[in-house]
Design a protein around this ligand. Structure first.
Ligand code: ATP
Ligand code: MG
Length: 255
């Protein structure tokens, strides 16, 4: 990487390790993402994908290794973790909306409490982002009045309202009925086109192939292979990657 481009690095992970008890889940991950890059992370269940994402915004504390977010080491004990996290939006498989709050309030609370924005400004920004995900009409509804796809789009608007420099998505469409997956992927595709830096854990191979700048295949807590989607998905170099793709791309091989 050239000296000029290192200033564009949003996340830089070096030799990351994480265990739960004696389960050594992440076994030395080296990884970086540049501004505007869209990275899709694929791999079998239990390979450590969620743990890896959660270490980036310190929902999990790694045991060793460093995680630099825009140059700040978030694993450093003296680091302002809340400050660093503020730049990172996260969207989970389960939408985690407040059920007793309307859509608009779901998108303003963190702006007001974490960023200390005045309510009028928080509301304006929330409305802009709800508009961006196609939910202008739903601002006064409660989450239970929305479909799963709409709820997930609220979760995306809520994250965007914090104006993050990085968005993490952990299987954002896995809990959705098949007919609702497309609307969420469409919002994500648009975000990618607008230049958002994104790390997306997904089983949606067609999405990864089309939208990702880079695909990372994880297995057993390490990155086995990474590169452009046409290479990693279209022409994988490692046997472990080939075996995984055979299973996910051909349902007759599913276990
Ligand atoms: N909070 C936790 N406490 C204990 N073990 C955990 C915890 N979170 C994850 N693990 C373990 O870490 C391993 C990796 O889990 P992780 O959720 O990162 O995998 P994943 O690749 O995201 O899988 P999936 O595709 O099923 O979501 C698993 O063995 C899991 O049981
Ligand atoms: Mg997971």
């Amino acid at each position: 990487m050239s000296a000029a481009s290192t200033t564009d690095v949003v996340v830089d992970v070096t030799d990351l390790h994480k265990s739960f008890g004696d389960n050594h889940v992440l076994r030395g991950i080296d990884f970086s993402v540049r501004k505007g890059e869209v990275v899709c992370v694929i791999g079998a269940s239990g390979s450590g994908k969620s743990t890896f994402l959660r270490c980036i915004n310190l929902l999990e504390q790694p045991e060793s290794g460093t995680v630099l977010v825009r140059g700040t080491d978030v694993t450093d004990r003296d680091c302002d973790i809340d400050g660093a996290r503020r730049h990172i939006g996260m969207v989970f498989q389960q939408f985690n909306l407040f059920p007793h709050k309307r859509v608009l309030a779901n998108c303003t609370i963190a702006q007001e409490t974490v960023l200390r924005r005045k309510s009028a400004e928080a509301e304006r920004i929330a409305r802009e982002n709800l508009d961006r995900v196609g939910l202008t009409e739903k601002v006064d509804q409660y989450p239970s009045q929305l479909s799963g796809g709409q709820q997930q789009r609220v979760a995306i608007a809520r994250a965007l309202s914090m104006e993050p420099q990085l968005m993490l998505f952990d299987e954002p469409t896995s809990a959705l009925d098949p007919e609702l997956v497309g609307e969420v992927l469409a919002v994500m595709r648009r975000l990618a086109e607008e230049g958002m830096t994104m790390i997306v854990v997904t089983h949606e191979m067609a999405f990864a192939r089309e939208v990702a700048d880079r695909v990372v295949f994880m297995d057993g807590g390490v990155i086995v292979e990474q590169g452009p989607p046409d290479q990693v998905i279209g022409d994988p170099q490692q046997e472990r990657t080939r075996e995984f793709l055979r299973r996910v791309l051909d349902p007759t091989h599913a276990d």
